[in-house]
Design a protein around this ligand. Sequence first.
Ligand code: NAP
Length: 313
Amino acid sequence: MNAQNISAQNADAQNINAQNISAQNADAQNVTVIGLGQMGAALADAFLSAGHRTTVWNRTPGKADALVARGAVLAASVAEAVEASELVVVCVLDHPAVRELLAPVTGSLRGRVLVNLTSGSPEQARAEAEWAAEHGIGFLDGGIMTTPPGIGDSGNMILYAGSPALFAEHRATLAVLGDPVDLGADAGLASLYDAGLLGLMWSVFGGWLHATALAGADGVAAHEFTALANRWLKTVSWFLSTYAEQIDAGEYPGSDATIDVQVATIGHLIEAGEARGIDGRLPRLHLELMREAVAAGHGGDSYARLIEAFRNK
Ligand code: NAP
């Protein structure tokens, strides 16, 4: 079944649904979503729920069925999708896929605003911004800081970088996806923050899983341990704010806890793990970084001094 057939079959239902939804929202905008994988479908769904007139396109058109049943309009081509709205959101696998889809329709995109919510590197985002500028296309790059079930929840952040004026103009429409955070004019910053924040998430996951395995070896259920782990993370986040001030100042006074003390303390974690057959690679990495700082004469400093272990390799 091709896209046009699907479009035709659903046209009546679409019109009725779209009219009903728009009638509930006096601020309804035309919005296009290109890419209906797990994330793109959630984005389109949130625009529909907010009453926006939502046009969608996906390489595999069948993925649009549920959205069309909710009132989305399925475009028969990428060009038709782009031409339906001033605001065009693209969320596909990667940047090469974005370019492959959009390079043939630069004429249609001219004068519109492209919001790229496809993940990539800062360098790719900056290249995309340059490409957009060369073709007279407004551009924002985004980083989605949640999974699809979290789309539409204002407690979750969606990071944006690129033209502050375009961000201000479309902020209210984008806010239906999640809390829009403006990172300013450098189009690479959303991807840079995104990569860094995911790195933080993986480090937290690693520490939590290691600790949960340790506690589990003595019969503590994961949910029991995690209740306290979540409280502890609030305290840890306070440490981060304190240490961020030190990093910005370039001074790391060990006035709360020194690296020397933490070298001794992490020994307890490593020993407890060894006694229970728990993999010790993660805590041993932390110990190695701490020992480097001690060897360089910084044992009396705060843990924030370890920023230097990561810089400019
Ligand atoms: P997904 O479910 O695998 O969907 C991938 C989408 O990309 C599909 O619409 C697919 O089309 C399309 N696509 C892939 N290659 C293409 C090509 N060459 N030409 C045209 N379309 C192509 O992935 P997803 O989870 O939605 O992720 C999409 C983007 O969102 C990724 O950049 C991802 O990093 C980002 N993201 C995802 C999450 C998450 O939790 N899922 C969170 C934050 C950011 P077909 O349907 O035709 O295959």
